[in-house]
Write a protein that binds this ligand. Structure first.
Ligand code: E4P
Length: 218
């Protein structure tokens, strides 16, 4: 299972990378805005900075919602670095653009997936990844993890190469359940990844080991 970090914050990306378990990065326009990144040149420079930290797939999202605009923005993003994956929203022109990118060998991440039908369509169009949003479905009283299960099953039935990238993963239980279901990737904030380190019995066990060692090594 691949671990992606869901942020545009360079410090957090560096910290996750330094832990040695990071496989990639996902961003979105909200995450870029949160870091105060605006203007075409700054946005492009920021993506390059992310690519300099992480040698893995980096999702960079288009802003355009029309076919020509998505193609124009996506081609410019893909030219930035080999590791850029063009993130395209699940809309009609987005699906058409994913097919175009797929035919040209440009990798894509179809985002804002909230149903199995959307995931099937994105896979048919040749998306490299689909991003179903687990947490946002939970927010509206729907079982986000059930959607991950459904998509994994459908892709397995037909051998689709599209990877299931569980997004909007908010806590450790989401992450672990995605792992049990067999999602190919999870993307989540840094604190979800570092939370995996924690267990009170590890802390108390280590404290006892060190105390016992100290007793005979004064
Ligand atoms: C997916 O790629 C999105 O960036 C992200 O996971 C959304 O998460 P949120 O619902 O916590 O904003």
């Amino acid at each position: 299972m691949k671990f992606f970090i869901d942020t545009a914050n360079l410090k957090e990306i560096q910290e996750a990378h330094d832990l040695g378990v990071l496989d990639g990065v996902t961003t979105n326009p909200s995450l870029m805005a949160k870091e105060g990144i605006s203007g075409h040149d700054n946005v492009m420079a920021h993506y390059k900075a992310i690519c300099d930290i992480v040698d893995g797939d980096i999702s960079a999202e288009v802003i355009a919602v029309d076919y020509e605009g998505i193609i124009r923005e996506g081609e410019a993003l893909a030219e930035l670095h080999n590791n850029i994956v063009v993130k395209v929203p699940m809309i009609k022109d987005g699906v058409k653009a994913i097919k175009y990118f797929s035919d040209k060998g440009i990798r894509t991440n179809c985002t804002l997936i909230f149903s199995a039908g959307q995931a099937l369509l994105a896979a048919k169009a040749g998306a490299s990844y689909v991003s179903p949003f687990v947490g946002r479905l939970d927010d509206v009283g729907t079982d986000g993890l059930q959607l991950i299960q459904q998509i994994v099953q459908i892709y397995d039935n037909y051998g689709f190469q599209t990877e299931v990238l569980a997004a909007s993963v908010r806590h450790v239980m989401h992450l672990l359940q995605c792992a049990e279901i067999g999602a190919d990737v999870v993307t989540c904030p840094l604190n979800v990844i570092t939370s995996l380190l924690n267990h009170p019995l590890t802390d108390s066990g280590l404290a006892k080991f060190l105390a016992d060692h100290k007793k005979v090594n004064i």
